[in-house]
Ligand binder design. Sequence first.
Ligand code: UT7
Length: 323
Amino acid sequence: MITNARIASTGSYLPERVMTNSELETLVDTTDDWIMARTGIRERRIAAPDQSSLDLAEQAALAAMKQGGFTADDIDLIVLATCTPEKVFPSTACLLQERLGIHGCAAFDVQAACAGFIYAFGTANSFIRSGMAKRALVIGSETMSRVIDWTDRSTCVIFADGAGAVILEATEEPGVLSTHLHADGAYKDLLEVPGWVSDDYDQGYETAPYMKMKGNEVFKVAVRELGRSVEEALAANDMERDQVDWLIPHQANIRIINAVAKRLQLPEERVVKTIERHGNTSAASVPLALDEACRDGRIQRGQVILLEAFGGGFAWGSALAVY
Ligand code: UT7
């Protein structure tokens, strides 16, 4: 018998504070119309000053554990995706492990920027398929607001905060069908947060630890590689486009989401879109969208779901699964 990993439960958490496009109009030279037309974002959530990626992750994890009826003893692996960790180390996964009262199991962070959740999901899937874990807590949690330069209109209107979690468990039924992870560091300069660990703190930062993005160039590679990646997932499973029930894309830009959906010839009603209300929450965006659509009953057990994400590195990937 082959062991698969199935999505047993999901959870998510959004900070309370809503930041609208009108508020951004008071910070930078932008308009609600531009932001809506070019990104599809109307509002986003921003963490409170005392809330960290760990706090957001904890709430999402507890929601997923509650939904699945799991206790701390049921979890034997934690993989947490973030590019805005609580500290340099220990990993946010270890800090979360302590918060949740889980002891002894493997816990580590995955850093693949906006593609982090797909990487974490692929990693946990491999652990389960190889028999190294039975029930994994997989999380994407970000406080992107901490690395936003609030004077840079090309990034501050896009990125946001939130967390999403999935519990994957071993099963002999169908579950995750395949995951496909890619990266190309040749694109490192197009989307980055320069500086930090190696900078001399006493002298102040040589390079401000804020995100920089050449948005238009990122856009073009994202559309191309995400298109390839979803087709790769279908080909690996000998599946046709019309066998996909739901696309759950990274919520980076509504125009990127629509371009990938068009390539799959998927009607709009089979694409989960949260970008209008969530903005781009980096590694949290896919599990946030997945949780929303599972909880409101759109995604039903037995349906085929296709996840994809693209981000800094560049790192990108896709995952195909039976929910
Ligand atoms: O999640 C990780 C991966 N990230 C992504 O996938 C993001 C990919 N990139 C994007 O989503 C888009 O490139 C952006 C939304 C960032 C920008 O949209 P765009 O259509 O690519 O705009 P652009 O960068 O080509 O800029 C067009 C114009 C420029 O003005 P000029 O030079 O034509 O006069 C910009 O200065 O829009 C201007 N602009 C803005 N105007 C009003 C850029 N940002 C803004 C803004 N408000 N916030």
